[in-house]
Design a protein around this ligand. Structure first.
Ligand code: BG6
Length: 306
């Protein structure tokens, strides 16, 4: 039985969840139910789309996105794990061989469960394949599970299990690209008064005085914040709630015109219609997971109107 037939045999839910072979042979899970539709690529367990019924898409996917084995996709919900950004071992200069944002977003994942919840939402659970290539970069006995619930809201839970006998430390992020009407008509609330690392100003430490507005490249790592955020979209006339648990860091990122123009997979002008608000644990908020325990980071994305 080929892989896609096997997946459909074991995990498809009639009329709600099916699997197909997508571009360049990459396997896809397609979900549709009374609340929303979503597409998830098994490489990276990468959510590419999520659109509530009767609303605009919530998740932004670049018009120039490329779908290639072993390569990260621009847009959707990339999973950064077990490190966020560049590998942090105290010597970043020698660690350039480690892929940015870790091994999970380009790694192969397997489906380990699927179910329809009593309320009609669809849940699918993935596990990262800890193959030899992964073990070379992350030699700690561990399991990473990702539980995706597609319903009226999109609920994502990333669970790190330490299956070994020594503690290890991870940084992580759900690097979600949200659709916005226009960057000039968008604010993010929930980060007022927060200390952050400004990655576009030499990693200086600063404090956010007010709601976040974006008028140039932004790459900020807000620390020690468990607050939910709201993306206030004054053009699409909707708010997006970004609620989280198990996350002490929030990252806000938009490459703006010049950097976007240098990226082959962004598309001209498209930076105006996206904003990353990432629930994370990074820098001093990295998490140490004791042997035999697990750490869970969970987000809920919900559209709120008028
Ligand atoms: C953000 C980082 O989370 O992701 C940025 O803070 C980075 O520094 C951005 O540029 C995009 O990363 P990538 O690897 O997908 O181009």
């Amino acid at each position: 039985m080929d892989e896609v037939t096997n997946l459909n045999h074991r995990f498809a839910i009639n009329g709600h969840l099916s699997f197909e072979v997508g571009e360049n042979g990459l396997l896809m899970a397609n979900i549709q139910n009374a609340y929303a539709q979503a597409e998830i690529m098994l490489q990276g367990a990468h959510i590419l789309t999520y659109q509530p019924v009767d609303d605009a898409p919530l998740i932004w996917l670049s018009p120039k996105a490329k779908y290639l084995p072993g390569k990260a996709v621009r847009g959707g919900v990339p999973i950064c794990w077990p490190w966020f950004g560049n590998y942090e071992s105290g010597n970043p200069e020698t660690d350039k061989n480690y892929p940015a944002h870790g091994i999970a977003r380009t790694g192969m994942w397997e489906v380990i469960n699927s179910e329809m919840l009593p309320n009609g939402a669809t849940r699918i659970t993935f596990a990262l394949l800890m193959d030899e290539a992964a073990a070379r970069l992350w030699p700690h006995p561990s399991a990473l599970h990702y539980i995706v619930t597609v319903g009226r809201d999109l609920i994502l839970e990333l669970v790190t299990h330490n299956t070994g006998s020594s503690p290890f430390t991870i940084s992580e992020a759900l690097h979600t690209y949200f659709v916005i009407g226009d960057i000039d008509a968008t604010q993010v609330s929930g980060l007022e008064g927060c200390a952050y690392i400004d990655k576009v100003d030499g990693f200086k430490r600063k404090t956010e005085p007010e709601k976040v507005t974006v008028t140039s490249e932004i790459d900020r790592v807000y620390l020690n914040t468990t607050e939910d955020c709201i993306i206030e979209d004054h053009k699409l006339h909707r708010n997006i709630l970004v609620a989280k648990t198990g996350s002490d860091t929030t990252v806000v990122w938009n490459p703006w015109a010049e950097k976007a123009a240098q990226m082959a997979d962004m598309g001209e002008g498209s930076y105006r219609g996206m904003l990353c608000v990432e629930s994370a644990n990074a820098a001093e908020n990295a998490v140490t997971v004791a042997p035999g325990t697990h750490h869970s980071m969970c987000v809920v994305y919900a559209v709120q109107r008028g």
